[in-house]
Design a binder for this molecule. Sequence first.
Ligand SMILES: NC(=O)c1ccc[n+]([C@@H]2O[C@H](COP(=O)([O-])OP(=O)(O)OC[C@H]3O[C@@H](n4cnc5c(N)ncnc54)[C@H](OP(=O)(O)O)[C@@H]3O)[C@@H](O)[C@H]2O)c1
Length: 380
Amino acid sequence: MAFVSTPLPHLSTTSTSRAASQCASVAPVRAGSFAPRRSGINAASAAQRCGSAAGQAVPMCMSARLKTAIVTGASSSIGLHAAKELAGRGDYHVVMAVRNPGKAEAAAKAVGMPADSYTVVPLDLARLQSVREFVTAVGVAGVPPVAALVCNAATWHPRDKKPRFTEDGFDETVQVNHLGHFLLANLLLPQLKLNRGRCVFLATQTHNPDTLPGKVPPQADLGELEGLVGGFKTLPGTIDGKKFEPTKAYKDSKVCNILTMTEMNRRYGTDGVTFSAVFPGCIAQSELFREKRGWFRALFPLFQRYITKQLVPVEEAGRRVALVASDGRFGDSGRYWQWRGSYLQGMDKTTPVPIDPTEREAGKAEKLWELSAKLVNMGV
Ligand SMILES: NC(=O)c1ccc[n+]([C@@H]2O[C@H](COP(=O)([O-])OP(=O)(O)OC[C@H]3O[C@@H](n4cnc5c(N)ncnc54)[C@H](OP(=O)(O)O)[C@@H]3O)[C@@H](O)[C@H]2O)c1
């Protein structure tokens, strides 16, 4: 179901209108545009359809769903299937946090997510203002308490020659993958603490030059975070302050995801929140590769299937992410999960194992935290 974020002046805050805003279809708005738009829905009849009753805080259509899981980038591939898995558990309502609500709505329908199991809320991670507006919107959406945040969205522009600067003055890859999620996780932290929730970051293998996949150039290297110290805004727009290379920018941003997870765990791991990272396997056909050349997109899945034997279907990747976000076996904070074994040989041949997230960049986590907090104006 689509949801137009942030305060809807035309709807009162009674339970009936809340039910309507969540259960009825509202015309999607352009991601990042928060101007309220009325779709001609009838609040009372929408509430009736949902079974909402006067005085009921949460409409009956989601009453069995006791908590909310937010999944960023839930409009495609891994995020979509993680959202579907979480919604399928029955106890989670899913907030699909996406830059293109229309696409997310169609994707949710296409994979068969029940209409009462999710709410689409616009989020453009390339705009800090949008992140703040998203958190406000979730706060007034009337969804169950937020008990999971899956930081899944990412962007990668492998053929770019120079960075795309956002309106906030950062390289888009760094902002979407790292800074946007950094701000989002911190703004949602009070709710995650209150609900003893989970915060999960999507990680890669290629970010770590101490592993075989990570040795493929260009290797990730945050340097001394010179770019963050300088505050970006101008060329080269990179984290280490050196020459721009788009794939390195992606890998560096994924290192930042892991360091953010470990630093959040160091700071707040004893406050009841479980912080995790997960490498879901290689999904060589996902939209992440949309800007790669045709020959690469044709051959890479074959390479992963027959040479590395690491290919994982997107449904399985989504299931893995959902497990880390919700299953009791993944309740140990500060872990970075991978699945050992080849999925292609059968699911029973794979096992989740925690791997050491403390790699060569580990000593930079606290500095990265402080610099990032300053850049997103978190008031530190
Ligand atoms: N594919 C793999 O093999 C693999 C392996 C390891 C880890 N991962 C990680 O898994 C995660 C998901 O990747 P994927 O393979 O599923 O790629 P994907 O299909 O390209 O998904 C990325 C999602 O991020 C969204 N997004 C991009 N820019 C955004 C923005 N400015 N604001 C909000 N959302 C934005 C996209 O939205 P649109 O739908 O609007 O484009 C899309 O839904 C990433 O973190 C990636 O690093 C992937």
